[in-house]
Design a protein around this ligand. Structure first.
Ligand code: SF4
Ligand code: SF4
Length: 380
């Protein structure tokens, strides 16, 4: 397994996590075999958003004495009144469900403010006693860190700018990244993605990733497979389906991302996801499939590393990620980004303009110019 720190929390999490959603309404034996497969693979991050008592207790029972070996993302505001998943900002109800989670699992590592997508969600969390309750949970040591979940880049940016969250669970896959900000992703989970929807990378999403990198908000990822649509030959918006592992690789190569949460419901699915770790760069390469859609994002780096190797060992995708953040506000480049850049083994100043990377880049990125600009904005 490989591990990454979740942004400023400094907590080290496995790059593959288990999203436990699909363990809901499954027999205990199935829950146990899936959890066992995750732990045998050295996965240490589980997302438990489900409000149901039975699934929560099944997961806790399956973990047993291994609870201390995993980090749990537990959600605050996830309820199931009338047997249906619901989002609540009603404090007595919110407290009842979250305190039940604390009773079952003990201290929750990441207390996630649940589902902040709309204006109402934002107000319900940040303009009521909800946020105060979450802060109190942290002060009391009931939660280790404050996070939130969202599917909407605009609202997520606002939530981060409050300064309260330390990390975020966000829906990321190449189709969502290209969906215009006004589109509701849930409509497309229902009806599918029409390829005419896409116009290259949505700038709001790019802004969100850059903000997360800048403010060290670690991202854990949900909807990595676009509810299965991206791996389906029938429903993919691309010329051909991506593999599960290519979707994982796409998410893991976005700025600020620490882990992808896979919604596995069997041992076999869990072990299949973990095959990611043994796959070659060629097998994980998503660039060709992405490029099949249209050329609207020509000139924009997708951080795919197709341009490597560089004769002077510049990690071009990483330099470009830092450059993209610096471009957000060229006069006020965050010192942390400069120091990350300057800490790289090779940087823009080492580029000898050989051009071999540009020949390999499928997206026509002007890498030589980018390396010079990176050095200008981020160099000593
Ligand atoms: S410069 Fe091109 S090949 Fe290199 S990471 Fe960016 S998009 Fe991929
Ligand atoms: S042009 Fe610069 S960045 Fe590209 S391969 Fe050559 S030295 Fe590396």
């Amino acid at each position: 397994m490989r591990y990454r720190e979740i942004g400023k929390t400094g907590v080290s999490a496995s790059i593959i996590g288990l999203g436990c959603e699909h363990l809901d309404n499954k027999p205990y034996e199935q829950v146990k075999e899936t959890i066992d497969a995750a732990l045998e693979s050295d996965i240490n991050l589980l997302d438990v958003f489900m409000p149901g008592k039975e699934v929560r207790e099944n997961i806790a029972k399956a973990l047993g004495s291994r609870r201390k070996d995993v980090l749990i993302q537990g959600h605050i505001g996830s309820t199931d009144i009338n047997q249906q998943y619901d989002i609540s900002r009603d404090l007595p109800l919110v407290k009842r469900y979250f305190e039940d989670l604390l009773r079952i699992f003990g201290r929750i590592d990441f207390g996630m403010m649940f589902f902040i997508d709309s204006e109402d969600d934002y107000k319900g969390v940040f303009e009521t006693g909800f946020a105060d309750y979450v802060l109190k949970l942290k002060e009391n040591g009931d939660i280790g860190h404050i996070g939130f979940s969202s599917h909407n880049p605009q609202t997520a940016i606002r939530a981060i700018n409050t300064g309260l969250p330390e990390m975020m669970l966000f829906s990321i896959n190449p189709a969502f990244d290209m969906l215009p900000v006004g589109e509701n992703i849930f409509d497309h989970i229902e009806t599918g993605f029409g390829s005419n929807l896409f116009r290259g990378f949505d700038p709001k999403r790019t802004e969100l990733y850059q903000l997360c990198e800048q403010k060290e908000i670690g991202i854990t990822v949900m909807k990595t497979l676009g509810a299965g649509k991206l791996i389906s030959p029938v429903h993919t918006p691309f010329a051909k389906p991506l593999t599960v592992q290519q979707c994982m690789h796409y998410a893991l190569t976005r700025p600020a991302v620490s882990s992808v949460m896979l919604g596995c419901k069997t041992r076999a699915e869990m072990l299949d996801a973990v095959r990611y770790l043994d796959m070659s760069e060629e097998e994980l390469d998503y660039a060709e499939v992405l490029g099949s859609l249209r050329n609207d994002f020509r000139g924009n780096c997708v951080y795919c590393s197709h341009c490597q190797p560089c004769p002077v060992d510049i990690d071009i995708a990483t330099v470009t990620k830092y450059l993209d953040i610096a471009r957000l506000d060229k006069d006020n480049v965050p010192p942390s980004i400069k120091s990350h850049y300057q800490g790289l083994n090779a940087t823009g100043k080492d580029c000898i303009a050989c051009g071999s990377c540009e020949e390999r880049c499928p997206f026509g990125v002007e890498i030589i110019l980018n390396m010079a600009e990176a050095e200008q904005l981020l160099g000593r």
